[in-house]
Design a protein around this ligand. Structure first.
Ligand SMILES: O=C(O)c1ccccc1N[C@@H]1O[C@H](COP(=O)(O)O)[C@@H](O)[C@H]1O
Length: 214
């Protein structure tokens, strides 16, 4: 089980995530988010990371010129497209900066079906996504909502490795044990305040994942 902690703004929290064995840390480049960082802040956080911990740049409908500028300023490993980007846009944007990428699909429990989720995953697999992230749909927000979707909509035999996000925390992550997923992603569930992580919650989350999945 792979673990990504997302929405960092502070160096001390990055150090804690590394010490706890997080596989990836996410930085949010979406100004309306309370967890957004500037490229200069992000580079200070990224530079503090050792080898084997990936930096994920979370973007929402970011224009290509801005993404190219971001990649010139900040050292990151992978892009997480968390907006309305379609498969061709993701492919073009990622190619412009020569990065691997994840697409976040926001699952609407009322509207989506196993077939519709699988079909979307196949479309992103066909244009080179490295993984798919499944988060809960919200009418007003792109992510970081703390909401869960119906996990029975996670397909088995997916065309891409699945990272589960949306409303996870140390108390409920054990319930993901039998799901067909490759990793978990958490932001709000390990926070004291937006963008300020809680070391005790990060530790409890990792402990729960390791206890149940290793
Ligand atoms: O964190 C944000 O503010 C955010 C803003 C816009 C798009 C995505 C965002 N966060 C990502 O949403 C999922 C779920 O977060 P949570 O655990 O439910 O708080 C996760 O990938 C966040 O990084």
């Amino acid at each position: 089980m792979h673990v990504k902690f997302c929405g960092f703004t502070q160096l001390a929290d990055i150090h804690t995530a590394v010490a706890l064995g997080a596989d990836a840390v996410g930085l949010v480049f979406y100004p309306p988010s309370p967890r957004a960082v500037t490229p200069v802040q992000a580079q200070a956080l990224s530079a503090a990371l050792p080898a084997f911990v990936s930096v994920v740049a979370l973007v929402v409908n970011m224009p290509q010129e801005e993404l190219v500028e971001l990649a010139d300023t900040v050292t990151f490993d992978i892009i997480q497209f968390h907006g309305d980007e379609n498969p061709e846009q993701c492919q073009r944007l990622a190619a412009a900066v020569n990065k691997r990428w994840i697409k976040a699909l926001r699952i609407d429990t009322e509207q989506d079906t196993l077939a519709s989720v699988s079909a979307q995953i196949r479309e992103f697999a066909a244009v080179g996504a490295s993984s798919i992230l499944l988060d809960a749909y919200h009418q007003q927000k792109y992510g970081g909502t703390g909401a869960r979707f119906d996990w029975s909509l996670i397909p088995k035999g997916s065309a891409l490795p699945i990272i589960l996000a949306g409303g996870l925390d140390a108390q409920n992550v054990a319930a993901t044990r039998d799901l067909p997923i490759y990793g978990v992603d958490v932001s709000g569930g390990i926070e004291i305040d937006k963008g300020k992580k809680d070391p005790a919650e990060m530790r409890a989350f990792m402990k729960a994942v390791k206890r149940d999945r290793w």
